[in-house]
Design a protein around this ligand. Structure first.
Ligand SMILES: Nc1ncnc2c1ncn2[C@@H]1O[C@H](COP(=O)(O)OP(=O)(O)O)[C@@H](O)[C@H]1O
Ligand SMILES: [Mg+2]
Length: 338
């Protein structure tokens, strides 16, 4: 599979407007793939198609019909590494909880798939025909409404205490990384002293008051916010990041603002979209938002730092993306600072 759509770490990630994926495309499986897919998931191979993506088979996204006569697809199947089982489980539990609270959300099944080559984590959801955000104000308003009810419902998430601890542990790890960066420049650091300084001076932004924090989504981007054909309102998916995201709600809003409304648009358009968002969400305090935008980028940069210290290779483009965002945030947000 050499087609290119996106993967979560590749430089064609859908996090940003200009790089957003178009509506996903699917193609039939070849016979080898079909056999393997069937072994892992139990589905009949000729009923399935694979999404064109940068993932290496059998990892990837699939859609499956219920039977040969069906015209539409019934299931959306995601196969990832078995190591991600716990993360996926966590994400699905939050979505099921939101659903139980009346927030439009998927309820999915998680199974352990297996073939001769290994074990896999398989998520099975209802298949959805959807669009990504297309830049309309009505969509921005609907996103505001959605995030409001999601945040409201997450205020009493039963596992909040665990998530708070997860973040506090992460914060300690980041503190250590900050100290290391302060004392030395790791051999892999290729961004010069100025950018290292940005991480160090930005770090205190992650030290917000815990009393204003709650469970949030933590990874709001184009790929995780879908507008179903069948409904007027969007839905949020992929709550994996929530596992560590005990933050002020402004962190989510800032991320949304940055990725959906700021990148690739002029200030006037951004302001209009943001105003529409506020009509849905309720009034937002701008000063907090501005700091949160920087904080989220600093968090992302520390996550990359953590990964690199663990010898997980991250494309240079990922680093560059966040440095650009950090530098741009002042200018782009001038409309917030009236
Ligand atoms: N239920 C679904 N129906 C159709 N497409 C879906 C569904 N869930 C996810 N997708 C597609 O898969 C993409 C990635 O899904 P996601 O769960 O966020 O995976 P990842 O954790 O790899 O980011 C989405 O952007 C969307 O294109
Ligand atoms: Mg995602």
């Amino acid at each position: 599979m050499i087609g290119k759509m996106y993967s979560s770490t590749a430089d064609n990630s859908p996090a940003f407007w200009g790089l957003r994926p178009s509506t996903p495309e699917y193609i039939p499986l070849d016979s080898e793939e079909g056999k393997s897919f069937s072994e892992i998931t139990g589905f009949q191979p000729d009923l399935a198609e694979i999404m064109i993506s940068a993932r290496k088979f059998p990892y990837g996204f699939f859609r499956v019909k219920e039977n040969n006569y069906a015209k539409t697809y019934k299931y959306f199947v995601k196969i990832v590494s078995h190591e991600r089982f716990a993360m996926e489980k966590f994400s699905l539990a939050i979505m099921a909880y939101l659903h139980s609270k009346g927030v439009p959300c998927f309820v999915s099944n998680l199974i352990q798939g297996q073939n001769r080559k290994g074990k896999y984590c398989v998520t099975i959801s209802p298949y959805l025909e959807f669009n990504y955000f297309s830049g309309m104000r009505s969509e921005a308003r609907a996103m505001g409404k959605l995030l409001r009810v999601v945040h409201q419902a997450l205020t009493d998430y039963p596992k909040a205490e665990q998530i708070k601890n997860n973040w506090q542990k992460r914060y300690k790890v980041f503190t250590n990384l900050r100290d290391i960066l302060h004392q030395e420049t790791p051999s892999w650091w290729q961004w010069g002293p100025e950018k290292k300084g940005m991480l160090i001076t930005g770090f205190p932004l992650l030290n917000f008051g815990q009393d204003i924090a709650q469970v949030v989504h933590g990874d709001i981007n184009f790929g995780n916010l879908l507008f179903p054909y069948s409904a007027n309102n969007p839905i949020l998916i992929d709550f994996e990041n929530s596992k560590y995201s005990y933050f002020p709600v402004y962190f989510d809003i800032a991320m949304l603002l940055e990725r959906f409304f700021l990148v690739g648009r002029d200030k006037n358009e951004a302001e209009q979209l943001f105003n529409a968002f506020q009509e849905g969400y309720g009034e937002i305090q701008f000063d907090k938002l501005f700091m949160s935008m920087k904080a989220m980028t600093i968090r992302s940069l520390f996550l990359l730092t953590e990964r690199t210290f663990k010898n997980i290779i991250t494309p240079a483009s990922e680093w560059k993306k966040f440095f650009i965002l950090l530098e741009q945030s002042e200018d782009k947000c001038s409309f917030l600072i009236k």
